[in-house]
Design a binder for this molecule. Sequence first.
Ligand code: ADP
Length: 662
Amino acid sequence: MGRPSDRTPRGRSNTPCADGSRATPGAHFYRALIENAGGILTIIDGEGVITYQSPAVRKAFGGQEEALTGRKVADLVHPDDRERVARKIEECARIPGAEILEVVRLPHANGSWLHVETHGRNLLADPDIAGILCVSKDITEAYRLEHQLREAEQLARFGHWRWVKGEPAPQWSRGVARILGLDGDELPAGGDWYEHLVHEEDRGELLSQFLDAFETHEPVTCVTRFRTGDSCYRYIKTYAYAEADAFGEIGALVGLAEDVHEEVEAELAVKASEAKYRLLTEQASDVVAYYDAQSRIIFISPAIERILGRSPEEFHGKLIGEELIHPDDFPRARKAFVQCAQDGEQVQFDYRCLHRDGHYVWLESTMRRALDSDGRTAEIIGVTRDISERKRHEMELLEARERAEAANRTKSRFLANMSHELRTPLNAIIGFSDILRMEMFGALGHERYSEYAQLINESGALLLDLISDILDMSKIEAGKYELHPETLDVKALIESCVRLVRGKAEENGAQIVHSVACGDDCEIVADERALKQILLNLLSNAVKFTPVGGRISVEADEFGGEVLLTVSDTGRGIPPDQIARLGQPFEQVTTDAALAKQGTGLGLALVRSLAELHGGRMAIESEPGAGTRVTVMLPKIPYCQVPQLPLGELVEDGPLPGAAAG
Ligand code: ADP
């Protein structure tokens, strides 16, 4: 630009010559030039006071250029810029020829602040200018755009860059520095920038993408790792395209760098976990399968090959079909599947499936429904395992149990028959030995004979007891023991049983007492013979195991619809670890062989079984050396047979409400 030769460039002539060429331009020429140029020209003196302002200022600031002349620049600019502007002008004014480049905010007539970039030069020594000549341009729009871009970069975690052809490195925006945790000046500017910035495994990929962009003129994208300020790496997505000039020449590569680290990490984590589950699924011995809502197999794990000898491919896209599932099991399997798909129930079912060899394999499938976002069945997930071994065991167990039950039934039948057959001759033995013992038809002669007759009679009685017990136990086990419940007077029952054992107890030097807490009219519906057997078995045990001076008591009480019969003694007691065994047939406590020999181990077993037949139970409490307490709890009315009382008997206080009206 030409330099005005006058301080106020008015008065110069710019007259064209006759030949059309221009003579040396005059002041008018320069004035016209300045007044029509777009830029704003300002001359300020050494104190920072405006001495000249070109007319362009009017357009830029919406005011009058004269209004600014004579005012101090520092007074016009934004308050935050004042100190800096004054200092810069002062510095520039000190050194002839010094230059300044500053962006300052100046007020527009409409009240807004304009960003103005000003280039100033100290021409104070130049007599024509005699001031600092400033050329300013309004960069408000560019500043706003850059500010917006910076904000967008910050918000969206991206930065931009521009790599001009021939330059060693791209020019990076602050956004790039920010996502890498660097200061703007820390970004490399040399030709080896990518060695500093890009992970060595990703460099080839990034550079080849750039080459592609150059060669194909197509935009490219790639995700590579960039080194951050703390020497870690972040995943950055690069978008790049080649920028062509007006002549179609590629002048630069421009692009965006977007921080996608979190997304990539999350994606990698999902992939890793997917891979882990896939591996688990594929390696699992159970078969994992996905079915669609129409029961078509979408995926089936390779374990199917081991179980059915069929490859997974054979199943893909196929329905779980009738041709493979055993016809007897198919309806059940289909029902379970439908139940799972429609009702969302988790189902488990077993079925037989055809192996490639032609034999059936027992499988067990557990199926669960997965819903899509609309709440519809998306797929069914099934886990299937080979349960052939378990089924074989179950079969074996079932057979063994059936065999054992059959053997038991045979045994019980045999014992019942045998006991019955033995009882007849035994009754004869007992009866006739009794006649002999009592010498009913005359003296036996020798006293040994009556002693033997006595022994025969006692042994016969013992044997009969044993046979009766065996017979009862066998009947119970064979389910043939029939109860004949009737209403019994508890007190009378206890008294009759006590009467039977009192002699033996006293013989042993033990006292026997009884009490009925539930009252004299306490009744129970039970089988009389069974109840007597219960009490006698308990009493004879108490008598047997209670030493001289001991005490035996029988109590009856009523609680919660049950009658509690308790026989307690102050005898030797039972070790705690043995109690649980008692009540099973032939179980005895083995500490005293002599006493054990006197019994069979059937007494308590019968008590327990008879109580249970009535819907009751037996409980043993004992302390070695202190005594034993056996309680039998029986429902007042046995569960096995609830007598159907006539309606009138239920209504004790009168007819049913409403019955009177009828
Ligand atoms: P047994 O015919 O042998 O008496 P039981 O079934 O009646 O068979 O009793 C099993 C065992 O329980 C007895 O051998 C004895 O050791 C123990 N037992 C039962 N009642 C008593 C008791 N009142 N005091 C001590 N031990 C008892």
